[in-house]
Design a binder for this molecule. Structure first.
Ligand code: SF4
Length: 292
C-alpha cells in the first residue's frame, strides 16, 4: 500500500552546517531546514537522490546559529550585486519547497531571525501559494520567488502545484504583506509551441502584476538528470518527451558529479536571445537578474 504524504515526513537532527555559495538565486545556500519534497516535479534535480519523503530538521537553532556566524564572519560577497544591493541573501529552500512544507517548519522563528538580522535576508522559491504567510510582515527581509512556466506544461510536469495564474496573482498580495517578490522562470522547457505559450504567460504577468517596479526575474533553461530520466521512464511519468530530447541536448557533468543533459550551447544561446526578446517586448519592467 502506498504511504500517505504525512507518513513520509520524519524529524531529524541536522549534523552538517555547511553553507554553500550559490551566486545566482542567492548569495548562499543554508543548511537544509527540510530535505526532500512532497511535490513531484518531473524535472526535479533534488529527486535524483531522494525520490520521496521529507526530512525536517528539529535543531533549527543550530542552523540559525550557523547562518548568523556565517553572515558576520565569513560572508564576503561584494555588494551591491544582482541578488541584493546591501544584504547577503540566503536560500532557505534549496532542497525542498519550504513554503509547501510550512506546517512542518517553525517558519515564524526562521523568518523572525532574518527580519531582525542586520546583514542577512532569506529567499525561497515556491510553486504553492503560502497564504499562511500573509498575516506575517517580514519587512522586506524574506523574498518569495514564485516559479512560472506555461500552464499546460506545468500541468504535465508539476502535478498538484498551484495554478500558474494564482502564482502570478499572488505577487501583489505578498508585496502588500511585506515580502519581496520575484518570479523564477524555471525551468524553461523548449518544445514546438514554446514561444506562443510564453507570449501568453508574459501577457498574464503584465495584466495581473501592479507592482511593476518591484518584481524581478531569474531564468534557468532546463537541465535534466540521467538518473531522474530513467526513474521517470520506469514510473511512466508523463512528459518525459519534453525533458529528454537528445537531438537538441548535450551531456554535461555537474559540479557534484551528476550526469545531466542541457540544450546544446549554440542553440541555447539562440533560445536565450529569443526568450529575452519576447520577455522584453511584453514585460520590459520585469528586470532579469540572470538568465542561463
Ligand atoms: S517543488 Fe522544487 S524541490 Fe519540490 S519537487 Fe518541485 S522542483 Fe523539486
Amino acid at each position: 500500500m502506498r504511504q500517505t504524504a504525512l507518513a513520509k515526513v520524519r524529524e531529524v537532527t541536522r549534523r552538517k552546517f555547511e553553507i554553500k555559495i550559490s551566486g545566482r538565486s542567492s548569495d548562499y545556500i543554508t543548511p537544509s531546514f527540510g530535505f526532500g519534497c512532497l511535490y513531484n516535479c518531473h524535472y526535479c534535480y533534488c529527486k535524483r537522490n531522494r525520490n520521496d519523503g521529507l526530512d525536517i530538521a528539529t535543531n533549527v537553532g543550530d542552523i540559525l546559529t550557523s547562518i548568523n556566524n556565517h553572515a558576520y564572519f565569513y560572508a564576503d560577497t561584494p555588494k551591491p550585486n544582482q541578488t541584493h544591493d546591501s544584504l547577503y541573501t540566503y536560500d532557505i529552500s534549496c532542497n525542498e519547497d519550504f513554503a509547501l512544507h510550512h506546517k512542518y517548519h517553525d517558519w515564524r522563528r526562521i523568518f523572525d531571525f532574518f527580519k531582525e538580522h542586520p546583514k542577512a535576508m532569506a529567499t525561497l522559491a515556491t510553486k504553492t501559494i503560502p497564504t499562511q504567510y500573509l498575516d506575517y510582515d517580514p519587512q522586506g527581509k524574506v523574498r518569495i520567488r514564485f516559479s512560472l512556466m506555461p500552464q499546460h506544461i506545468s500541468s504535465i510536469l508539476e502535478p498538484n502545484t498551484a495554478p500558474i495564474i494564482e502564482r502570478i496573482k499572488a505577487a501583489d498580495a505578498f508585496i502588500d504583506a511585506g515580502y519581496d517578490v520575484h518570479f523564477n522562470f524555471s525551468p524553461v522547457v523548449v518544445y514546438r509551441e514554446w514561444i506562443e505559450d510564453y507570449r501568453e504567460l508574459f501577457e498574464m504577468v503584465d495584466n495581473y502584476v501592479d507592482y511593476k517596479d518591484i518584481v524581478k526575474a531569474e531564468v534557468i533553461f532546463l537541465t535534466h538528470n540521467e538518473k531522474k530520466h530513467l526513474d521517470n521512464l520506469s514510473n511512466n511519468l508523463p512528459g518525459e518527451d519534453l525533458l529528454w530530447v537528445p537531438k537538441i541536448q548535450e551531456a554535461k557533468t555537474s559540479q557534484y558529479g551528476g550526469e545531466n543533459i542541457r540544450y546544446k550551447w549554440q542553440l541555447k544561446d539562440k533560445l536565450i536571445k529569443e526568450w529575452t526578446a519576447l520577455h522584453d517586448e511584453i514585460i520590459p519592467w520585469n528586470k532579469i537578474r540572470y538568465i542561463f
